[in-house]
Structure formats: C-alpha cells, structure tokens
Design a protein around this ligand. Structure first.
Ligand code: CO8
Length: 262
C-alpha cells in the first residue's frame, strides 16, 4: 500500500515485529487532514490484521507529532458540513478498534487533534522536546476527538480545565508529573526506546497482551466491580492457553518462557 501523508515500516528481527507509522506532512507540522486520517486508519487496521506484527508505534517528526487537525481544511466548514461528517471526523476513532498495543512516540508539538490521537494510544512515550496542549479554545471551538474526556481522566479535572480553557501548552516534564505520559526520554533516543518497549511486549503471550489491553480500557468504560468481574473472567480464561502452562513452567524451572501465542 502506498501512502502520501504517512510512512510505514516494519522493524525488528524476532518472530513478532513492530509496525511503525510515521505521520508525514512536515510542511504543515503533520496537521491531520482527511487524507492523513484515512491513511492512518488503513495502516493501523493493516498492521492489526497482520499476524507477524505485535505492537504498533505511532510517531511524527522531531518538530511535531501533530499540530492538530488541519485548520486550513476546517476553516470554511459550515455546521451542516461538519455535522454530516462530510469533511471531518472520518476515521478518528479507528485507533480505538486496534486490538494490538499502540505506542505513541511523541516529540515536539502534540496539539489539539494531535494530543487527542496520542491520548487514544495505549502507551505514551515523550521526548524531552514534547509539548502537549488543546488550543482549540483559541480558535473559537472545543476539542472534537475526545480531548474534553480523555485529558481530565489522564491528568485530573483542575489541570485539564486550565489547559482546555486557556489553551496553554505543557512541556514533557509537566506532562509526566501529571500522568499524561509514561516516561520522558531524550529526543535522540525516542524511537529506540519505543522499539525496545514494543519488543518487550512482542515477547509476551499475545492473547494475554490483547486481553490485558481490553481489561485496562474497560477501567475507563465501566464501574469498579463490573471491571473487576470482567478482569476475573479474562484471568480464568487464560488458563485455557498453552502460553499459561509455558509461562508458569518456565518460571518454576528457572528458564525463559517461549510463548507460541496459543
Ligand atoms: N493546521 C494547518 N496548518 C498548520 C497547523 C494546523 N493545525 N499547525 C501548523 N500549521 C502550519 C502553519 O500554518 C505553517 O504553515 P506555513 O508555513 O504555510 O505558514 C506551518 O505549519 C508551520 O507552522 P508555524 O509557522 O506556525 O510554526 P511555529 O513553530 O511558529 O508554531 C505551532 C508551531 C505553535 C504548533 C503553531 O503552528 C500552531 O499554533 N499551530 C496550530 C495549533 C492548533 O491550534 N491546533 C489545534 C487545531 S484544531 C483541532 O485539532 C481540533 C481537532 C478536532 C478533531 C475532530 C475530529 C472529529
């Protein structure tokens, strides 16, 4: 598949590899237009369906993960055009359909829709140059791809309100302190670090990985007791896998587990 607004690559030499998607509209700081979002959706689903791929990494450039939805493409929209999804909002939630872990490797600006896409990922690794924000309020709009919902869940209401209502950007350190990102790494090693995390996960039992992701996401959808119940059912079901036998046998015999993902 050839794309114009993204680059795709497969990295690693183990049995399970890592799919890398790089947002690539450098002149517009990776502003997210319909074509880019369509291509991103296609690439995500293609990696998700590929049995040789474990994790997926989503990244941008040194200067920008993505500076938001493409303002030039949205500027003249009418209410009805926006509402009927003729021009925007196609494919914005595809990333949530992906069953494999998606790691956002963020350097530079992750603003507006860019911050929202990063927050839809499962792990958010930040370069020390990363800057996060939801500046939509300055454009006379509000976030439209989950910013008002995912940001307060990630960093709490007070800080989220301040960032959303003022459009202020926060740097990597503040984002880490607030719990938005899992870790800060030097910009020069961002991709190596993301690939190392992906490779670690690729070495785990993949049924466990997919179900673990489902369970954690359930924490944001349901109440505590139904979430715990869902987790318990998944926990029990994993005793039906060969990987559970292998993992526990390997521990007891002091050797490294070799999972077959069955
Ligand atoms: N859209 C379109 N073009 C952009 C965008 C953008 N979001 N961001 C930057 N660009 C373009 C600039 O217009 C400029 O183009 P040109 O060279 O042709 O003038 C080029 O990228 C470089 O940008 P700057 O010269 O501004 O670079 P600076 O380093 O001076 O500033 C900033 C970088 C701070 C990132 C600045 O570009 C900026 O503020 N950008 C806009 C950020 C923003 O407001 N983002 C939110 C957009 S709205 C949104 O994301 C809503 C999401 C809703 C999703 C709904 C789905 C259903």
């Amino acid at each position: 598949m050839s794309y114009e607004c993204i680059l795709t690559d497969v990295r690693g030499d183990a049995a399970l590899k890592t799919g890398v998607i790089t947002l690539n509209r450098p002149k517009q700081l990776n502003a997210l237009n319909d074509q880019l979002m369509d291509e991103l959706g296609q690439a995500l689903l293609a990696f998700d369906a590929d049995p040789t791929i474990g994790c997926i990494i989503l990244t941008g450039s040194e200067k920008a993960f993505a500076a938001g939805a493409d303002i030039a493409a949205m500027a003249k929209l009418t209410h009805m055009q926006a509402h009927t999804r003729q021009y925007i909002s196609r494919n914005w939630e595809v990333i949530r359909q992906v069953r494999k872990p998606v790691i956002a490797a963020v350097a530079g600006f992750a603003l507006g829709g860019g911050c929202e896409v990063a927050m839809m990922c499962d792990i958010l690794l930040a370069a020390d140059t990363a800057k996060f924000g939801q500046p939509e309020i300055k454009l006379g709009i509000i976030p439209g791809a989950g910013g008002t919902q995912r940001l307060p869940r990630a960093i709490g209401k007070a800080k989220a309100m301040e960032l959303l209502l003022t459009g202020r950007m926060m740097g990597a350190e503040e984002a880490e302190r607030a719990g938005l990102v899992s870790r800060i790494v030097p910009a020069a090693t961002l991709m190596d670090e993301a690939l190392a995390v992906a490779e670690q996960i690729n070495g785990m039992s993949q049924p466990s990985v997919a179900l673990l992701k489902e369970c954690v996401n359930e924490a944001f959808e349901s109440g505590l007791s139904s979430g715990v119940q869902a987790e318990r059912r998944v926990f029990h079901s994993l005793f039906g896998t060969e990987d559970q036998q292998e993992g526990m046998d390997a521990f007891l015999n002091k050797r490294k587990a070799v999972f077959t993902h069955r």
